[in-house]
Design a protein around this ligand. Structure first.
Ligand code: PAF
Length: 278
């Protein structure tokens, strides 16, 4: 497995690659959710193709009060995991390789990035779209694999790929969960044991709302109340919203295929999750 630290080396790797190149963009601190994405990438690439995992803690998607400096960076553990899953290369650039000191060009999606996490994390999706476009132009993948836990991120990237005619196929893989329902996330490592114990209430709330929807409850407000009612009192809810899965616009009356998305703080740790009403 090659470790690529520069854009030039990555472009050389790309120009020599045979078959399909599949990219898994990550910020490292890899867990079983990422492992599932890398396995999916391996099967999409086939024997002849190449899997590239990018590991870059992207500073531009963190707000000034967010957890950039404490974001975990277990580099050698990540490399071992990627190698064991059959990745062909890791693109792991230093920040200066991605952002020159006078960097001044941004990609800003203006519709689906506005609500949900976009409303509570101003600038977050501008950082995501900018770095993902850079990763696409550097690695030039045929296919890129993202996890559906970051449901809004998937929608924003899909819109960017469509609007800018980027020649990459997107694959969105299902969320991987702990046995008690907590969605895997690198941020789970920050949870104190007593906070961790309360987190399954997120999934419980979403499942209860979906069960109510399937039993005939269509009101978005009522479904949101059901989710909120299940979430542990010790959590601070950032948002719970029922939205159209394609436009991410809030709905009053839910329909088959809509999504309920949420974000909540357990202590200082902000977790997100979502469920599709189907
Ligand atoms: O989902 C993530 O880990 C990041 O937002 C991504 C897509 C790698 C961009 O930095």
């Amino acid at each position: 497995m090659k470790i690529l630290r520069t854009i030039a080396a990555t472009r050389r790797f790309r120009s020599q690659a045979r078959g399909r190149v599949v990219l898994v963009p990550t910020m490292g601190a890899l867990h079983a959710g990422h492992a599932a994405l890398i396995r999916r990438a391996r099967s999409l690439a086939g024997m002849a193709g190449s899997v590239v995992v990018s590991i870059f803690v992207n500073p531009t998607q963190f707000g000034p009060k967010e957890d950039l400096s404490r974001y975990p960076r277990p580099v050698s553990q990540d490399q071992t995991l990627c190698a064991s899953l059959g990745a062909d290369a890791i693109f792991h650039p230093p920040a200066g390789e991605m952002y020159r000191a006078d960097f001044s060009t941004w990609v800003h999606e203006e519709c689906v990035s506005g609500g949900l996490c976009g409303a509570s994390r101003p600038g977050h999706f501008r950082g995501v779209t900018t770095v993902v476009l850079k990763l696409f132009t550097i690695v030039q993948p045929d296919v890129a694999v993202f996890g559906l836990k970051d449901f809004q991120q998937c929608a924003v990237i899909a819109r960017m790929v469509r609007d800018l005619d980027l020649p990459v196929r997107l694959v969105f893989a299902p969320t991987v969960r702990e046995r008690d329902g907590l969605a895997l996330s690198s941020r789970n490592a920050f949870l104190a044991p007593e906070e961790r114990a309360e987190t399954p209430s997120l999934r419980r709330g979403l499942l209860a709302a979906r069960a109510a929807f399937l039993a005939g409850e269509g009101s978005a407000a009522k479904l949101v109340r059901i989710v909120r009612g299940e979430i542990s009192r010790s959590a601070r809810v950032d948002y719970i919203e029922a939205v159209d899965s394609a436009t991410l616009q809030p709905v009053r009356e839910t329909k088959h295929g809509d999504t309920i998305a949420l974000a909540a703080f357990f202590g200082r740790t902000r977790l997100i999750d979502n469920i599709q009403l189907r």
